[in-house]
Design a protein around this ligand. Structure first.
Ligand code: GLY
Length: 328
């Protein structure tokens, strides 16, 4: 079966059958996320991902194989379409676990990955609107109604710009995670992202960090995270879920327990960064965990409010299921 973030559904619909007919779980998980890595309309992963504050798309990704208990990761990778495949090359073709930045790019190129411009025209436009709207104290101006751009805006263009501006209201931390469990009990997972929009160049999120954005163990299960990477890193969220599975907890209980831990940690962090929790002590950021046990039980849990995750199993095939929120 497959469990992952909501944006994994199209990939699951395409590739679930290959898992059923015996493909390796790692192969299937990577094929699932590659659909979104190459989808320029998803502004949180791969091509079309929102860039860092300098306008450069820097990708993070990791893979982990429960059968061999091995993993590979890349961080701050530029100009390569499929970071999940490069992460797999790190795992399978080196004695390292993570390669970053220029070294990761050269490594990918030396394995035949082509150089690709990942900043799409729409992502560039959103980035420039962010720069222009960031502060009234700097020299960049939001185009007003009397500018050439403002005067020319047709109703369709105005609607398009309003759609782009939604990315300015809340920073994108979206990501794609997929965990896969084969009929023979082997488990594997991958997480891939363009990371936090407008991040400081060189910032590494949770997605490529083994134990934070993903973790699996052939003796216990698999888990992954999407949302605020810093919170997942500080809680070691994915390995924490898998360790609770190992101790006998059900996936739902394990995920909720880790989110309770994240909540307590956020309250302490709010001593120096007050915006992290609201007046009720509830975190103001998003974090979603996907948890898959070796017995096929699974859960998607959300720090705050409702949502959905993607799942594919023999009973219902690929579909969306409801996340269980910790805080309403
Ligand atoms: N979870 C993705 C990131 O924070 O980079």
């Amino acid at each position: 079966m497959l469990v992952g973030s909501k944006n994994a559904l199209p990939g699951m619909q395409l590739h679930y059958q290959s898992l059923v007919t015996g493909a390796l779980p790692l192969d299937v998980a990577i094929e699932v996320v590659k659909i979104v890595e190459a989808d320029e309309t998803d502004h949180s992963v791969g091509l079309g991902g929102l860039p860092n504050e300098d306008g450069v798309v820097q990708l993070d990704a990791a893979v982990m194989d429960g059968r061999t208990h091995n993993a590979g990761a890349v961080a701050c990778l530029e100009n390569i379409l499929h970071p999940s495949e490069v992460a797999r090359l790190v795992m399978e073709r080196t004695d390292h676990v993570m390669i970053v930045g220029r070294g990761a790019y050269e490594f990918a190129r030396s394995h035949g990955h082509p150089h690709v411009e990942l900043l799409t025209e729409e992502a560039r436009e959103i980035w420039m609107r962010w720069k222009e709207s960031m502060s009234e104290q700097d020299d960049r101006l939001v185009p007003g109604p009397d500018t050439r751009q403002g005067r020319a805006a047709s109703p369709e263009e105005a609607a398009r710009l309003a759609r782009l501006d939604r990315y300015l209201v809340e920073r994108v931390t979206g990501t794609i995670h997929c965990s896969a469990l084969a009929l023979d009990g082997n488990v594997a997972c991958t997480t891939t992202t363009s990371g936090l929009s407008w991040k400081i160049p060189g910032r590494v999120g949770d997605s490529p960090q083994i134990g934070s954005g993903l973790y699996c163990d052939g003796e216990a299960g698999s888990a992954g995270a999407t949302g605020r990477g810093e919170a997942a890193i500080l809680a070691h969220a994915s390995s924490a879920c898998v360790e609770l599975l190992r101790g006998g907890m059900a996936p739902l209980d394990a995920g909720l327990e880790v989110l309770r831990r994240v909540t307590r940690q956020a309250r302490r962090a709010a001593l120096w960064q007050p915006g992290l929790v609201d007046e009720r002590g509830v975190p103001t950021f998003g974090l979603t965990l996907y948890v898959l046990g070796l017995d096929g039980r699974h859960a998607g849990v959300n720090l705050l409010g409702p949502g959905q995750y993607a799942v594919a199993d023999p009973e219902g095939g690929p579909r969306l299921a409801d996340l269980v929120p910790l805080h309403e």
